[in-house]
Design a protein around this ligand. Structure first.
Ligand code: SF4
Ligand code: SF4
Length: 108
């Protein structure tokens, strides 16, 4: 192979075959509505806490889908339970209840 003096970075995409899918499956059993999330970001855009802490329901759900439980908990620890995200979710997901369930399942 010709050496051009640089290399192409490996893909940073997560290999879903190698992540822990059990934890997200457990959440989906308790909160089937989490499967309706289309990652639109309305919840994150309206989040009161995100002005003060990196808080995002959307990113927390994506983290859990990727088996990144600690990251998901970090993204919800600033949540003030105001419920604005629930009011704006176009899929009608009770995100506030979802946050409580996530903390119940994964919280320490
Ligand atoms: S607003 Fe609802 S559908 Fe959109 S990212 Fe948040 S939880 Fe998912
Ligand atoms: S309930 Fe929590 S995550 Fe939802 S908008 Fe309020 S502070 Fe943000």
């Amino acid at each position: 192979m010709i050496d051009f003096g640089f290399s192409v970075s490996p893909s940073s995409r997560i290999n879903l075959d190698s992540v822990d899918r059990e934890s997200f499956a457990a959440l989906a059993k308790l909160e089937p509505d989490v499967l309706k999330c289309m990652a639109c970001g309305s919840c994150s855009a309206s989040c009161t806490a995100s002005q003060f802490e990196p808080t995002s329901v959307r990113r927390a759900i994506l983290s859990l889908q990727n088996g990144q439980v600690e990251q998901a908990l970090d993204l919800l620890k600033g949540c003030m339970m105001c419920g604005k995200c629930t009011m704006v979710c176009p899929r009608g997901i009770n995100t506030r209840h979802l946050i409580i369930s996530i903390q119940k399942i994964y919280g320490k």
